[in-house]
Design a protein around this ligand. Sequence first.
Ligand code: HSE
Length: 435
Amino acid sequence: MRSVNIGICGLGTVGAGVYNVLNRNSKQINSRANCDIVISQVGARRDNPNCDTADTDVSRDIFDVARNPDIDIVVELIGGTDVAFELVMLALENGKHVVTANKALIAMHGMEIFAAAESRGLIVAYEAAVAGGIPIIKALREGLAANRINWLAGIINGTTNFILSEMDSKGREFADVLTEAQEKGYAEADPTFDVEGIDAAHKLVIMASLAFAMPLNLDGIFTDGITKLEPQDVGYARELGYAIKHLGITRQTENGVELRVHPTLVPESCLIAGVNDVSNAVMVNADAVGTTLYYGPGAGSEPTASSVIADIVDVARTMGSAADSWVPALGCNSASLQQQTIMAIEDIDTSFYIRFAALDKPGVLSDITKIMADAGISIEAIIQREQPAGEDYVNVIILTNVTREKLLDAAVENIEQLETVRGNVSFIRVEHLDQ
Ligand code: HSE
């Protein structure tokens, strides 16, 4: 059998997983790739105790790997965007195919990287960049090729899902769960990328490009994290029959594409509401197939390695064939990609959960329902909690029907101005994901 030489750059959580799984499962992997995949070199600043590289050429300079004339495929697993971009471009300049797990790199520099690869007849593969071990790129790009995609919604950050699940089921503190996620290697080097939704935004942009044949572009995406979520909202949501999940949602509408990441109430009856811990799940609604759901581990060493190695196998098997038979990086040739308007969050239509503290006296609720009625917002459910002893204010929770977000914003402003309402009104978007 022919040999395909790979160079692995980065020996962190994912790099060690790739190294170990490639060695452990080499027989199966080589037979699937129809060649011998050989780890020719590893580039890593330091060793990883989880991985014995004694028999491998290890360079402390990752750029050695991109320049190594023996190497066919450079596997970029260093993360970050600056050095990683330099490394990938150098690898392409030196005629190497590239496999990467780097979502920030693809979301921010993907168009430039794909153009450089295309002009040199090289492949850039990035399955592990979205949803860890779930083959969602392949599903969107190839499995659903017959369809017009209407929308997709996903739990695409394992760390936030792990934190929300632990807070919900065990009442644990946010900071304590985040530390555990870091120890387990789920969290980004800068965990604000996880908890503020930036990591999910990178992944959503990639999936939206594949779903709607748009160039990769982070401009216009709405991003909100989980740091402002209050445990009481998780409890009220449960009372109303909903779970709170941190979702990335993109939808094709007549007015453009919705592109948003935020905490979301989803009905408990919806399968995605039951996706817990570090698991990810992506629901895709498309015209021919209907709704499909892709579920699995969204982070972690070997789950992510599983996707990286699937790409290595794909590239190793394909690279000898004519470039026009390859699946293009974004599923269609670059001339077919079309920029679309990304909708402002104020212009999206959805339902809302709102919570505020109001004086417990006659007439207060009718003032509030009048504000909602004047804004044309229909109320689906309302609950008022008994006030604790000595407290004049009660929590009021309202679930609305679908409305335009700017109407809700105006109503919220009016509610906050009522003398009988204390503090700010909190709101969380609600998605039923049923059509
Ligand atoms: N920090 C990411 C997550 C890793 O928690 O999902 C996988 O991309």
